[in-house]
Design a protein around this ligand. Structure first.
Ligand code: ZN
Length: 214
């Protein structure tokens, strides 16, 4: 085990400072219900603002966590292990920052350790922390890769994310069954095509994979 000095997450700190009260959040939900054309005082909707605020606490729990801190506190030395570590099919639920509509999909992560390794549950936790924020998929993919790169300092990191965006399936252009695939390749995964191919073969061809129906 090793410990590095944690640095505060600037995004989280400024968001926390400006955070409205729970009552203000619930009032905003009542405003949106009226905007949609309904009466927030009718019986079926009376508890909705409270429920929505509670759901938001869950949907956006990632703002309360410094993602890199999860890795900093728990990595260990490799003891000579230098083969590729792959964790695939990590399901995530996120929300697009343009429509606050769900993005549901899977992430696949690989890294080539140098001196440090991390438990696979921490990689899954890392995906969770970044997904429980308002996101665009490209940014989330890069954030996961960069966090691993910065803290574990491996020889390389590869992250592939497949996501179905409900802002595309339930509104706008209404295109169900479309999934978006994004990837970030760093270090040896970018420089060495054989390593990259090995990783992509291990996770299968993302274009032909079945996503959950969302
Ligand atoms: Zn969207």
């Amino acid at each position: 085990m090793a410990t590095l000095k944690p640095s505060p997450h600037p995004e989280t700190v400024s968001a926390a400072a400006a955070r409205p009260t729970r009552e203000q959040a619930e009032e905003a939900v009542r405003t949106l219900i009226r905007w949609a054309g309904d009466d927030p005082q009718r019986e079926g909707l009376r508890d909705t603002p409270r429920r929505v605020a509670k759901a938001y606490e869950e949907f956006f729990a990632g703002y309360q966590v410094d993602a890199e801190d999860i890795l900093r506190r728990t990595f260990s030395e490799t003891n000579g292990y230098d083969e590729m570590v792959v964790l695939r099919d990590i399901r995530f639920e996120s929300h697009c920052e343009h429509h606050i509509a769900p993005i549901i999909g899977k992430a696949h992560i690989a890294y080539m350790p140098d001196k440090r390794v991390i438990g696979i549950s921490k990689l899954a936790r890392l995906v969770e922390v970044f997904s429980k924020r308002l996101q665009i998929q490209e940014k989330m993919t890069a954030q996961i890769a960069n966090a691993i790169h910065d803290v574990l300092q491996p020889k390389g990191v590869a992250v592939v994310v497949e996501g179905a965006h409900q802002c595309m399936t339930t509104r706008g252009i209404h295109k169900p069954g479309v999934t978006m695939v994004t990837s970030t390749m760093l270090g040896i995964f970018r420089d060495n095509s054989a390593t990259r191919r090995e990783f992509l073969a291990m996770i299968g061809d993302p274009a032909s994979r079945q996503l959950p129906n969302v």
